[in-house]
Design a protein. Structure first.
Length: 194
């Protein structure tokens, strides 16, 4: 009797543990955010939680917590991209956690391409070092495909991306980093719409 009871209890605990497996990620499906850039306007982005669920979940959590509000776009290269989301404003900072890089060179299938208006995660040379920094592609940069986690596309406000990328930014170094933080365009807010 004791053996049978133990087997039943073991099976019940195993079933409970398995019940959580295979659940859809909270970030699955499409999500929409508005990135408001001070003095420039609002960029609306559709995030694809099916292509990059960990990336989208991380971005949504940071946006909902207000993490991005008041940060800047610190690296801007016309014809390439604008990068922001670094609390230091230097390219060397991030949030308190890093996530797995969701791209093919890291063993993750992600068919989104870095075409004009794509949003993607910045990272160091380490594959799983993405944290809070993201970039928006100004012009097609498909050479990044498979190397960075693209996770959505601009649906409105591409003219804001154009204006930021095409401005003649002062104090910029050879990597496109704007050296003086007070000269960097400010992210007023990143709001999750749905």
């Amino acid at each position: 009797m004791k053996k049978r009871l133990m087997v039943v209890l073991l099976l019940m605990s195993l079933m409970a543990a398995l019940a959580g497996c295979g659940k859809e990620n909270d970030a699955s499906g499409k999500h929409h955010v508005e990135i408001t850039v001070k003095d420039y306007g609002t960029i609306t982005v559709e995030l694809d939680g099916d292509a990059a669920p960990l990336t989208v979940e991380n971005f949504l959590e940071l946006a909902e917590s207000g993490f991005y509000d008041g940060l800047t776009f610190h690296r801007i290269i016309e014809g390439f991209m604008m990068q922001g989301g670094d609390p230091l404003g230097t390219g060397g900072g991030g949030s308190t956690k890093t996530i797995k890089g969701e791209f093919s060179e890291n063993g993750v299938e992600n068919n989104l391409s870095h075409t004009r208006g794509a949003i993607s995660m910045a990272r160091s040379n380490a594959m799983n070092s993405a944290s809070s920094q993201f970039f928006i592609v100004h012009q097609d940069s498909t050479f990044l495909d498979g190397k960075y986690a693209c996770f959505g596309y601009v649906t409105e406000g591409i003219e804001v991306v154009d204006a930021v990328c095409e401005y003649d930014w002062p104090f910029r170094d050879g990597t496109g980093t704007i050296q003086q933080k007070d000269s960097q365009p400010v992210i007023e807010s990143v709001k999750v719409i749905d």
